[in-house]
Design a protein around this ligand. Structure first.
Ligand code: FAD
Length: 385
């Protein structure tokens, strides 16, 4: 793939690739809760998952808006980027905070598809959204850290070679601030599996390859620490804006898919001797969803352009995620309603996409937590938690 800043060309190429993975492909996987290996391989081989990796490390060095276009188109065609999207934003932590040796060792292999960095171990069963309350520990012992604890919702852990792990290196009571004392590690799961790391899949309402990961005295070379010890929380935070913008782009793609499907069906389906789409009761929910999707799309573009300019974009990235997730959910509802009973039939893909897009009200950050961010950091209201 040659580097190109022309998102129209990128979109066309992504659409062409995704056309090889139609609804029937995703339905079959959905029934078995199986990972879309061929789809992820095709995206990797085409270079799309390395879009944000700089050219000096074998990627295409594209800006965030190009990555957003890739993921939006993926979802617009009915495919699901959740199988691999994390590689795009997790990699940023390694890129921004990793040492020269770490970057030179891993990024070219990630860009070339020899290594997968798909797993992001932050959330824990007892801490939930309160990340600084996490209890997985990494204790220094000579040239290693010994990791003990448990993560939950670690998506793609079974399919990934590497995991970016956030663990406590200084007890919460001993840390100066609650955001201190956490560190980020790049774990080679190929070595750790069978040496204290075990993975247990979680069956979810949609096909998501998510898991619980248990660490029992897992020895991690100290050379796998990213950046400085105890500063890990801010490294993870620094990647959140990119994550939110990219997930928002996927939601825009989902919303467009739902709207396209709803419009097509509303024109074709004839009841009472006329297309159902002739009734305003059917038209208006689709038109509402369209207007909200377009507004959200503007916020995604705005957030991405601020991000690319190196400007502060926390508020815009959060609003983009909020508005885009709401727009895709509203479009999903309108699409099911438009399809009537057929909205529930597997063969139409609507119910599958409906389940898939519901996630984004909760993960990677829930709507409430975005609202409390805006209330506190943008509007200056008192901190609620
Ligand atoms: C399919 C899936 C994949 C995921 N993948 C990953 C992954 O790869 N890596 C990873 O680290 N995590 C992952 N997550 C975790 C995800 O980021 C969390 O589920 C999400 O952040 C919410 O955390 P929680 O589930 O613990 O909810 P909780 O923190 O328990 O919150 C439950 C509910 O209460 C609300 N709530 C909590 N506190 C407040 C408050 N102060 N004010 C108002 N409302 C509040 C929340 O909004 C939420 O609706 C995934 C989750 C899912 C479901």
């Amino acid at each position: 793939m040659t580097a190109s800043y022309d998102n129209t060309a990128i979109r066309e190429q992504v659409r062409k690739l995704c056309a090889q993975f139609p609804g029937a492909y995703w339905r079959a996987l959905d029934r078995q809760r199986a990972y879309p290996e061929e789809f992820v391989r095709a995206l990797t081989e085409a270079g799309w998952l390395a879009a944000l990796i700089p050219e000096e490390y074998g990627g295409s060095g594209l800006p965030l808006s190009a990555a957003a276009a890739i993921l939006e188109e993926t979802h617009h065609t009915g495919c699901n980027g959740a199988a691999c999207h994390a590689q795009m934003y997790i990699m940023g932590t390694l890129l921004r905070h990793g040492s020269h040796e770490q970057k030179a060792r891993y990024l070219p292999q990630i860009a070339g598809g020899e290594l997968r960095l798909q797993a992001f171990g932050v959330t824990e069963p007892t801490s939930g959204t309160d990340t600084t309350a996490l209890t997985t520990t990494a204790r220094r012992e000579g040239d290693s850290y010994i990791v003990n604890g448990q993560k939950i919702w670690t998506s793609r852990a079974e399919q990934s070679d590497l995991m970016l792990l956030l663990a406590r290196t200084t007890a919460r009571e001993q840390a100066e601030k609650r955001t201190e004392g956490l560190s980020v590690f790049l774990i080679d799961m190929r070595e750790a599996k069978g040496a204290g790391l075990t993975i247990k899949p979680i069956r979810t309402m949609m096909n998501h390859a998510t898991t619980e990961v248990f660490f029992e005295n897992v020895r991690v070379p100290a050379s796998q620490l990213i950046g400085e010890e105890n500063k890990g929380f801010r490294y993870i935070l620094s990647g959140m804006n990119a994550e939110r913008i990219l997930i928002a782009a996927e939601c825009i793609g989902d919303a467009k898919w739902f709207i396209d499907r709803a419009v097509t069906y509303a024109k074709e389906r004839v009841v009472f001797g006329r297309p159902i789409g002739q009734n305003q009761g059917v038209q208006f929910p689709i038109a509402q969803a369209y207007a909200k999707m377009r507004a959200a799309e503007l916020m995604v573009e705005r957030a991405a352009s601020l991000f690319e300019a190196g400007a502060e974009c926390g508020a815009e990235a959060n609003m983009a995620k909020l508005m885009a997730a709401d727009a895709s959910w509203e479009a999903a509802n309108a699409c099911v309603q438009t399809h009537g009973g057929f909205g529930f039939a597997e063969d139409y893909d609507v119910e599958r996409k409906f389940r898939e897009t519901r996630l984004y009200q909760v993960a990677p950050i829930s709507t409430n937590l975005i609202l409390s961010y805006l209330a506190e950091h943008v509007l200056g209201l008192p901190r609620s938690y």
